[in-house]
Write a protein that binds this ligand. Structure first.
Ligand code: PLP
Length: 396
């Protein structure tokens, strides 16, 4: 009886956490493990942000806050959006949530039901498909192609929209590929969406501030024509090295905001009060730490991409966003998941197999370069040695 609660046979999870657990276990047994698996900055949260949380606790902010978040924080989110992407947002449309993930959970719950189609990027963040399937909706993958530098194609996306489509999920800069969709493609998509006025859009822009080589982050929220059906997902986890604080925000259109607030009241009442003060300090304080972190990621990105391209039978496009490289390993003779597993167990390098991000992830592995240059160099050396000695080894 308890084993057969509806829906749970369809829900998935994030294999990056399983890889992290295995890597931690192996390291605990004394093995030398370099973790390029999990997607979180290896930096500390900047001091002034930590101090703001400590001060909030000392000042007595121990209670509930409004379910949508403290007003100064929602105002700071709007000021930040104005400064970065030039939009006028109303604090009444902002919801502070416990982590970026929560916004996708809420949006997919709202729109997912049997018979509905929800489009999502493949390869893409695994929780999109997991939650779509959980609601009983049809997961419709939008192919994200290597030949498009891992940006999405407006034409391919528009061609998949039908009368059944309720929600379109977009993600740029993207996990797991590091792809950044160029402005022209986004403008084409926005123009095409005019013919589909009933489709809601969830734009996951959690990596909005991590772009390189002058690549432009184009926010879907900057298109006025979409604002009455766009849900913007962003947060503090990646930008401010705050993954464990569980701080995210979303911007909702008027028609959905009260529904989102009700879900928040039903689920978590409000986000941890001192964490909200930390989030406020992050947005209103100095941004040097963000710039420094992104500059360091940029250096590592070059190191990792050059290193990968010098490995036997491996080729890697230059990612222009986030902190991931997504090399093509199909010429190595290995399938992606057995390769990822062998690299961890035998070479002590944790990476994630592309199929953990969708069917179209076969032939690729994901490396997070949120690790020191020294460790990245050592990981590449270990991968080289492994591939040289195991090129022709049969794998399942
Ligand atoms: N969206 C994408 C594309 C991500 O890669 C992640 C985290 O890896 C999230 C959302 C979730 O972020 P958070 O840790 O704030 O829930």
């Amino acid at each position: 009886m308890l084993q057969t609660i509806a829906g749970f046979e369809r829900i998935g999870e994030e294999n990056a956490f399983a890889v992290l657990a295995r890597a931690t276990q192996l390291a605990g047994e004394g093995r030398s493990i370099i973790n390029l698996g999990i997607g979180q900055p290896d930096f500390q949260t900047p001091d002034h942000i930590v101090e703001a949380a400590v001060k909030a606790l000392r000042d007595g902010h121990h209670g509930y806050t409004p379910a949508t978040g403290i007003l100064p924080l929602r105002e700071a989110v709007c000021a930040d959006l104005h400064q970065r992407i030039g939009i006028e947002a109303n604090p009444d449309n902002v919801l502070i949530v416990p982590g970026g993930k929560v916004t996708m959970f809420m949006a997919i719950l709202m729109f997912g039901e049997p018979g509905a189609d929800i489009l999502y990027p493949d390869p893409g963040f695994p929780i999109y498909r997991s939650m779509i399937e959980f609601t009983g909706a049809n997961p419709i993958p939008v192919p994200i192609r290597e030949e498009n530098e891992f940006g999405f194609s407006a034409d391919e996306t528009l061609a998949l929209l039908t009368d059944n489509t309720r929600l379109l999920i977009l993600n740029s800069p993207a996990n797991p590929t590091g792809g950044v969709t160029p402005r022209a493609e986004i403008e084409k998509l926005v123009a095409g969406l005019e013919d589909h006025p009933d489709v809601a859009i969830l734009s996951d822009e959690i990596y909005s501030q991590m772009t390189y080589d002058g690549a432009e982050h184009v926010s879907l929220a900057s298109f006025e024509a979409l604002r009455d059906r766009l849900i913007l997902l962003d947060g503090w986890s990646k930008t401010y090295a705050m993954t464990g604080w569980r701080m995210g925000y979303s911007l909702w259109p008027d028609v959905l905001m009260d529904k989102a607030r009700k879900l928040a009241v039903n689920a978590w009442s409000c986000v941890n009060a001192p964490a909200q003060f930390a989030g406020l300090a992050a947005l209103t304080g100095p941004q040097d730490a963000v710039r420094d972190m992104v500059a360091e990621f940029d250096q590592r990105r070059k190191l990792v991409v050059d290193g990968l391209n010098s490995l036997p039978s491996v080729s890697c496009r230059i990612p222009r966003g986030a902190f991931y490289a997504f090399p093509n390993i199909s010429a190595t003779g290995w399938k992606a998941k057995p390769l990822a597993s062998a690299l961890l167990e035998e070479a002590g390098v944790a990476v994630i197999g592309g199929p953990d991000f969708g069917i179209l992830g076969e032939g690729f592995i994901r490396l997070s370069y949120a690790n020191s240059r020294e460790n990245i160099e050592e990981a590449l050396a270990r991968m080289r040695a492994f591939l040289q000695t195991n090129a022709d080894r049969p794998n399942p």
